[in-house]
Design a protein around this ligand. Structure first.
Ligand SMILES: [Zn+2]
Length: 282
């Protein structure tokens, strides 16, 4: 019995792959494309969660502590803890995969009624992972971090990177060919995560959500008028976000609800599916 346990134990040690962490599932898809089976990948944001409204739990911290690298992607929940991670987990390398990407600025005016004044906060839209061309830059950032940490795998990683970059080129062309002939350019989506996608393919994203919250009645009325005026037939909603406003809009405007998932691990399929839905319904 002891021998068997010992054997199993040494097998586990031999099999143990390095662990790396990412914030969201699409990043895990990108890392897996380059690293193949050489690494274990820990995804921090659970499925069907809102990426802007998430807090780290102790179990998440434990896995981060065991990771060699944490690939961040500019989300609010990362920023809260990054300094603490740097202090407490000196071995953990933190790599921003948005390096060399020009982020789009968003201006959110927050009203602080108790102070009777307006504050302008500058934010950067983090949703770069929905544009295949920006993903090429992120893939390169991932590759550079991985070959530094695991130089023994450089040949494999280089081969996989080149393959992935080619796939991204072809995905971009496929999506562009679905969308370039559309006359209507505007689409309605609950959470505005498609900013970079819209920019890449010359579409106009109209969000239902306002400053991260369900819209108020007067905002809904404006949207209803716009949807009717433009004869928009589809309203995109995302897992993990409220659906009441979108349902009201759909009912009032005789439009249909279409579920998309901007945080899916099936990243490539999801982008193609969304592009197809847009091309059929705009
Ligand atoms: Zn988002």
């Amino acid at each position: 019995m002891k021998k068997i346990i010992l054997l199993c134990f040494s097998f586990l040690i031999l099999q143990a792959k390095p662990l790396i962490s990412v914030s969201i599932a699409p990043q895990a898809f990108f890392v897996k494309k380059i690293a193949a089976d050489t690494l274990n990948i820990n995804v921090i944001l659970p499925p069907n969660s809102n990426e802007h409204n998430f807090e780290f739990k102790p179990s998440v911290m434990q896995k981060l502590e065991k990771s060699d690298i944490y690939f961040t992607i500019g989300l609010e929940f990362e920023k809260v803890f990054l300094d603490k991670f740097k202090q407490n987990f000196p071995k953990l390398q933190i790599i921003n995969i948005q390096k060399n990407i020009t982020l789009i600025q968003t201006h959110d005016a927050h009203e602080h009624s108790h102070e009777h004044e307006h504050h302008e906060h500058e934010h950067f839209d983090p949703h770069t992972w929905l544009d295949p061309i920006l993903v090429q830059t992120m893939a390169l950032n991932i590759y550079n971090a991985l070959i530094q940490k695991y130089p023994q795998n450089k040949n494999l990683y280089k081969q996989n990177l080149d393959q992935f970059l080619t796939e991204l080129d072809s995905l971009n062309l496929q999506i562009a060919s679905k969308l370039e002939k559309l006359k209507n350019k505007e689409f309605i989506v609950y959470h505005p995560s498609w900013t970079y996608f819209a920019k890449r393919y010359n579409l106009i994203q109209i969000p239902v959500e306002i400053l991260g919250k369900e819209p108020k009645s007067k905002d809904l009325q404006k949207l209803i008028a716009l949807i009717k005026n433009k004869n928009i037939k589809i309203i995109f909603v995302q897992n993990g976000f409220p659906e009441n406003a979108a349902k009201t809009l759909a009912k009032e405007c005789n439009a249909k609800i279409y579920k998309i998932d901007h945080l899916s691990y099936e990243w490539e399929n999801e982008l193609l599916k969304t592009a197809e839905a847009l091309s059929q319904n705009l």
